[in-house]
Design a protein around this ligand. Structure first.
Ligand SMILES: NC(=O)c1ccc[n+]([C@@H]2O[C@H](COP(=O)([O-])OP(=O)(O)OC[C@H]3O[C@@H](n4cnc5c(N)ncnc54)[C@H](OP(=O)(O)O)[C@@H]3O)[C@@H](O)[C@H]2O)c1
Length: 277
């Protein structure tokens, strides 16, 4: 999902020949030799690593795959980047935090993941820090965009069959548009930023409030949104009840600001999704 938006942004800011995008067909990051050999052969200046096993509940049920892709896979990419003396950019997640803080998380706050996905991504962060001298770790959250399965499209799809949707109202975060995140990643690279940065659209909401906004902005009035608790939904992976990211470091060090999630959502819906009713 993020990869295709990022390729578009990078192609428009750098020359087409300078930016090469690979998916699992080109390199399976679970395979150490393949990853290292292929990346080393290319001799890139920057390796942007966003491949991951992103199914949060799937990770809970398949811990082996979660660590093989998100932790070991990242180690392989980091090893390749260090052999090429390349800068490495790694995408990580708000799910490295446990949500106990109840105010926006800073980059330096101690991580404490509640689920396997968060655990495996945190191990990925540690490998990047251990192996690569010049690294940039970007933690983001609640992504949606035109090129992948996401919450916004899932809500819109469900309105075609249902008259009421039950949505979790006890998890707070910031929905983030992949196009905005891609622009920020490109900006951070241009600013030669290093270390950990939090990047998400500004303001926050619950999944329930987000769903209500999606319906309202799409002009759908016949479908009701009903608030439920995470306990009622009973998903395999526990999610933090609060994982808002403080993005002040991004602004302070690069001057870049992120627009609010509601503005970004309006833009996404008007660009990619026609009002359904
Ligand atoms: N989505 C979110 O809400 C969210 C939130 C916070 C952080 N992030 C992070 O942001 C990044 C991008 O997320 P996204 O939602 O755009 O992810 P995505 O749509 O699930 O894309 C991940 C890509 O990684 C590929 N991949 C999986 N295993 C691989 C392997 N062994 N070797 C090479 N490629 C492999 C997937 O291929 P297949 O499709 O063929 O499996 C897919 O193309 C990830 O690092 C994720 O952890 C995402």
């Amino acid at each position: 999902m993020l990869g295709r938006d990022l390729m578009g942004i990078l192609h428009s800011s750098f020359s087409r020949d300078e930016v090469i995008g690979w998916d699992i067909e080109e390199v399976d990051i679970q395979k150490e030799d393949e990853s290292v050999t292929k990346i080393e052969k290319l001799r890139p200046e920057i390796v942007i690593h966003i491949a991951a096993y992103t199914d949060v509940d799937g990770c809970e049920l398949n811990k082996g795959k979660a660590f093989a892709v998100n932790a070991e896979g990242t180690r392989h990419v980091a090893l390749a980047a260090s052999k090429c003396r390349a800068k490495m950019v790694y995408l990580s997640t708000d799910y490295v935090f446990d949500g106990e803080k109840k105010e926006p998380y800073l980059e330096g706050d101690p991580p404490h993941p509640l689920n396997v996905y968060g655990d495996s991504k945190l191990e990925g962060e540690q490998y990047v820090q251990e192996w690569v001298k010049d690294s940039l770790i970007i933690r983001t959250q609640w992504l949606y965009g035109p090129f992948g399965k996401n919450f916004v499209d899932s809500i819109l799809r469900q309105t075609r069959e249902k008259s009421a949707l039950s949505i979790v109202n006890d998890q707070i975060g910031s929905p983030t548009y992949t196009a905005d995140l891609a622009r920020a990643i490109s900006g951070l690279i241009r600013f030669e930023a290093r270390g950990i940065f939090h990047v998400a659209n500004s303001d926050f909401c619950t999944w329930y409030t987000f769903a209500e906004a999606i319906l309202e902005l799409s002009g759908i009035r016949r479908v009701k949104v009903l608030p439920i608790s995470s306990k009622e939904l009973d998903r395999p992976a526990v999610r933090p009840s609060y994982s808002v990211l403080n993005c002040q470091k991004l602004k302070k060090e690069t001057g870049l600001t992120m627009r609010s999630w509601s503005e970004a959502l309006k833009d996404y819906l008007s660009t990619y999704r026609q009002p359904l009713s």
